[in-house]
Design a protein around this ligand. Structure first.
Ligand code: HEC
Length: 121
């Protein structure tokens, strides 16, 4: 009996997976893109965010200085720039192994948060 219960649960999940919309899928990818989630660094809407604050020693002034590491805003880029940033690693930004479609989905999802573009629609 228990087994049937699990089986039904499995079937339910297997089918419900098919009914998610493109934007739900993109949201899922943004948070869990087969690697560390984009939202952890770029913020949930791609507006950019502070990753960490740290102190670094400046030899010239002989003092410790506050520095911060930021992830840039990514909801206002051209697609080509977006795509190459996701596929080629640069600096802190990891590279991801996503399909063309997944990158396009992500791009559409994240640019939907671009406040500057709202007026055009
Ligand atoms: C560990 C933190 C981190 C994660 C996770 C991360 N990024 Fe980044 N990303 C950065 C940093 C830092 C930069 C700036 C790189 C540089 O210029 O040195 C960057 C740059 C970018 C750029 C280029 C921005 C520009 O103006 O050129 C895009 C696009 C981007 N990230 C998208 C994504 C997407 C999409 C994901 C998830 C699939 C993601 N990032 C995950 C930290 C991160």
């Amino acid at each position: 009996m228990k087994f049937i219960g699990f089986f039904l649960l499995f079937i339910t999940f297997a089918f419900s997976e098919e009914f998610i919309t493109e934007s739900e899928y993109a949201k899922m990818l943004y948070k869990n893109p087969r690697g560390i989630g984009c939202d952890k660094c770029h913020g949930s809407k791609g507006d950019g965010a502070l990753i960490v604050k740290y102190k670094a020693f400046n030899k010239k002034t002989n003092k410790y200085e506050e520095r911060s590491l930021m992830a840039p805003r990514i909801n206002n880029l051209e697609f080509d720039k977006f795509k190459s940033a996701v596929t080629d690693s640069k600096g802190i930004m990891p590279s991801y192994f996503l399909t063309q479609n997944e990158i396009l989905n992500l791009f559409e999802y994240i640019t939907s948060f671009n406040k500057d573009k709202k007026d055009e629609k």
